[in-house]
Design a protein around this ligand. Sequence first.
Ligand SMILES: Cc1cc2nc3c(=O)[nH]c(=O)nc-3n(C[C@H](O)[C@H](O)[C@H](O)COP(=O)(O)O)c2cc1C
Length: 215
Amino acid sequence: MRTSFACREFTSEPVSDEEVVALLELARFAPSGGNRQGWRVIVVPDQATKDALVELSLPALRLYLAQRDAGENPWNTIEPSAIDPSTIDHSDSSGLGWFRILAQAPVLLVIGVDLRVVASADSKLDRIGVVSGGSVYPFVQNLLLAARGHGLAGALTTFLAAAEPEAQALLGLPPEVAVAAMVPLGHPNQDITRLSRRPVSTFARLERWDGPAIG
Ligand SMILES: Cc1cc2nc3c(=O)[nH]c(=O)nc-3n(C[C@H](O)[C@H](O)[C@H](O)COP(=O)(O)O)c2cc1C
């Protein structure tokens, strides 16, 4: 957990089907609401499909960058955004390279979740849902931890989700399978072992929100 960084650049060493299956064998022990195990995985080694998946992700990335550069919290639903997506300059491809490079990963894994089996305990609240993702993202994190344990690496990315209809069409996913993540997988071309995270005392409190910080 302390060293599983978001890896986006890989060596040219291939990843075998057996290695992918070994990781999925471990990842499947993730928790899910009601143990319904709604995760679905498409393993993509084909270069043309990898290129297409990365291209589909770019509009969401452009909006992310525009909002970030304007000092906003990108893709946030609480604070209204001052950025009009139609005004984003699509001719400017600078700053996209760090993401475009994902197409060079030996494999891309698209992680979907079958919404027919997801328990969404917060679905009646008047706010954006967060519980549904809990039935698929532990699986993705398990996958990344398993990769780390096997000398591989990857990153949880979600820009593709913004282009879900196109991704579903590209991969033949049925409409009930939502796109949760796209994970590049390969042998890392560097090893980062000092991740930057806030200390426990900044997010944990005793008994109540206004209780004393712990840790
Ligand atoms: C829900 C979620 C969505 C993310 N989406 C993206 C994404 O679309 N593209 C990307 O490159 N990284 C994405 N990330 C990776 C984060 O940028 C990364 O986890 C964070 O910067 C920490 O990186 P580190 O572990 O290397 O310190 C996402 C991570 C999470 C948990």
